[in-house]
Design a protein around this ligand. Structure first.
Ligand SMILES: Cc1cc2nc3c(=O)[nH]c(=O)nc-3n(C[C@H](O)[C@H](O)[C@H](O)COP(=O)(O)OP(=O)(O)OC[C@H]3O[C@@H](n4cnc5c(N)ncnc54)[C@H](O)[C@@H]3O)c2cc1C
Length: 316
């Protein structure tokens, strides 16, 4: 490691690897810090069918390995560490990991987001095999099947309506007696004959077995305490995402849900810090959009460095 790195990329998902490929090809020899989930969220999924360039689809880990190899080919360096604390108030920036203290002229934040889970047992057991947090990614696997969507906000309405392209029936389970979603999104779901609603209901468990997969959701009516089983082969969680931004609180501009705010160039509120991927995107949350914004962040970091080299760094 150098005394001061030119580019540090945080995160080894699609955004981080793409930022590493671009900055490495720009001969900036980036240092990428992998975090605890090498390969990011895609390492959790067995099959990706919508990443361009792979007409037959490919495994999530396989795609991430290819991206990593591509970054290594151009000179990116990797460190297995998890950053616990950062100081972005002074330039160069300082990052403290479990093992390393790193100084950086520019930082590209690609720490992603994690989908909120219900915390019930069957959820982990069937995650990626019947339980999903992404209708766009997995809806295709439920042609003519019955599915359940958990949630009552805009994303639940959107995911539920989207799933009717494939599923024979979509039941939206919401724990309250009213939806939180905007009126227009609600209406779209109400107008869809394939969508049913179950209010005041709490999902207690995902039912099924290892061999045949998910067969239903056990649900409790919060008013009557009656427990019923809703048949389904897929259960989609649409109860929100939590961006991995705790270490940046108070230092980088964020929206009310903690997503990092970036401008059109992927620049954050502190000059020299850029962000790409799900950490700054609560709308698209796709591998290709993460790669796209990771690329843009890298190109902006490169421009920043070129400018600073001629004008001097904003030492504070
Ligand atoms: C089960 C599942 C299936 C999916 N299927 C598809 C699909 O078929 N098609 C599609 O386009 N999208 C799919 N997605 C969505 C896609 O995975 C995400 O949009 C994409 O991974 C976002 O990439 P990212 O680089 O922004 O973040 P992530 O993939 O979330 O990666 C974040 C990285 O940051 C690291 N990190 C976090 N905090 C720190 C820290 N403090 N220090 C260092 N490192 C840190 C993590 O270890 C991780 O490596 C799926 C998601 C899931 C969960």
């Amino acid at each position: 490691m150098s005394d001061v790195e030119k580019v540090v990329v945080l995160g080894s998902g699609c955004a981080g690897y793409t930022a590493a490929i671009y900055t490495a090809r720009a001969t900036l020899s980036p240092l990428l810090i992998s975090g605890t989930m090498e390969g990011g969220q895609l390492s959790l999924t067995s099959e990706i069918e919508n990443y361009p360039g792979f007409p037959e689809g490919l495994g999530g880990m396989e795609l991430m390995d290819q991206m990593k190899k591509q970054a290594i080919r151009f000179g990116a360096r990797f460190v297995n560490d998890y950053i616990k604390k950062v100081d972005l108030t002074k330039h160069p920036f300082t990052l403290w990991g479990q093992e390393n203290e790193i100084k950086a002229e520019t930082l590209i934040v690609c720490t992603g987001a994690s989908a909120k889970k219900l915390g019930i047992e069957g959820e982990e057991k069937f995650f990626g095999r019947g339980v999903s947090t992404c209708a766009t990614c997995d809806g295709f696997f439920y042609k003519e099947k019955e599915v359940v969507v958990v949630g009552g906000g805009d994303s639940a309405m959107e995911e539920g309506t989207f799933l009717t392209k494939f599923a024979s029936k979509v039941t939206i389970i919401h724990r309250r007696d009213k939806l939180r979603a905007s009126k227009i999104m609600q209406q779209r779901a109400f107008d869809n004959p394939k969508v049913a609603f179950q209010y005041n209901s709490i999902v207690l468990d995902v039912l099924g077995d290892e061999k045949t997969g998910v067969r239903g959701a056990r649900v409790k009516d919060s008013k009557t305490d009656e427990v019923t089983e809703i048949p389904c082969t897929g259960l989609f969680l649409a109860i929100g995402h939590v961006p991995n931004t705790d270490i940046f609180k108070g230092q980088l501009g964020m929206d009310e849900n903690g997503f990092i705010v970036t401008d059109r160039l992927q620049a954050c509120s502190v000059p020299g810090v850029f962000a790409g991927g799900d950490v700054q995107d609560h709308v698209f949350k796709q591998a290709i959009t993460a790669a796209g914004t990771g690329c843009a962040a890298a190109m902006s970091a490169e421009k920043f460095l070129t400018k600073m080299e001629s004008e001097g760094y904003p030492r504070r």
